[in-house]
Design a protein around this ligand. Structure first.
Ligand SMILES: Nc1ncnc2c1ncn2[C@@H]1O[C@H](COP(=O)(O)OP(=O)(O)OP(=O)(O)O)[C@@H](O)[C@H]1O
Length: 255
């Protein structure tokens, strides 16, 4: 599924937080959304997920303007893993992941056998099969994050938006998640702070600064020392590690 914004602006109290953003994410692409704290990544993701109405501009899913779409219609095609999502503490892990089937269910019917199989597969993907009966309030931060990713996978979405999905995960689970996203045929837009991880797994990077797109291209095109200095105020040396992956060494500039 293609995702696009055209001259998208969103703000609060007269302050523009997302500024005139035009991006297109092709079907099956994995695109990383990067930029410093507060530059508008989450706000842009929320607009694309239909949770924020733009002040001006358009969000399109497969070419269709989504203004006026209800949450169920969006959720039948797109899943969104928010940064600090919570769940009801009485729910068990299996229940949280099963919520991913809600957009497809008749309100009065339980899960079908096919739904159960999808939920089982999603639990397996996020390595939570053994914890499916555990209550939410007993989970670690990383387990909660994996449960929310499992819920999104259980939606079997055509496109998936994730807001810093690796921030609570150990390195094994980070790599597993990024491999899963990069190898899927879903359209993926993922906000990340780890630039080397973004470079390794994303086809393209979109760099935001103060709400606006300042670069959009391959990781090699976007992650130049000069641009990292301008946007992040760090002295960065971009090279290759021993495995041939893009690597970045930093020295903080005196402010
Ligand atoms: N509902 C709101 N009301 C007021 N200010 C808001 C609101 N939502 C976002 N902001 C502000 O907009 C700016 C961008 O926030 P946003 O969460 O989109 O940034 P971000 O790039 O995701 O940041 P981070 O990397 O820290 O998660 C921040 O200054 C934030 O405080």
């Amino acid at each position: 599924m293609r995702l696009a914004t055209e001259n998208l602006t969103w703000g609060v109290d007269g302050r523009a937080i997302v500024r005139d953003v035009t991006v297109e994410i092709g079907a099956g692409e994995t695109v990383g959304l990067i930029g410093p704290n507060g530059c508008g990544k989450s706000s842009l993701l929320r607009c694309i997920a239909g949770l924020r109405a733009p002040s001006s501009g358009v969000v399109r899913h497969d070419g269709e303007d989504i203004s006026g779409w209800d949450a169920r219609r969006v959720a039948q095609r797109l899943a969104f893993v928010e940064q600090a999502a919570e769940s009801d503490s009485d729910l068990r892990v299996g229940d949280v992941v099963s919520l991913g089937r809600t957009p497809f269910r008749d309100r009065w019917r339980g899960l079908s056998a096919a739904d159960h199989a999808i939920v089982d597969a999603a639990l397996e993907h996020v390595d939570l099969t053994g914890l499916r009966d555990r209550h939410w309030n007993t989970l670690s931060g990383g387990e909660r994050q994996r449960a929310h990713i499992g819920r999104a996978l259980a939606q079997r979405p055509w496109a998936i938006l994730l807001d810093e999905p690796t921030n609570h995960l150990d390195i094994r689970h980070q790599l597993d998640l990024m491999e899963l996203l990069a190898s899927s045929d879903q359209t993926v837009l993922v906000a990340l702070h780890d630039l080397a991880m973004a470079a390794r797994y994303c086809d393209r990077l979109v760099l935001l600064s103060d709400g606006a797109v300042v670069a959009d291209g391959t990781p090699e095109e976007v992650l130049t020392g000069e641009r990292l200095r301008e946007v992040y105020e760090v002295d960065a040396c971009v090279g290759r590690d021993v495995l041939g992956h893009l690597s970045i060494s930093y020295r903080v500039e005196a402010r």
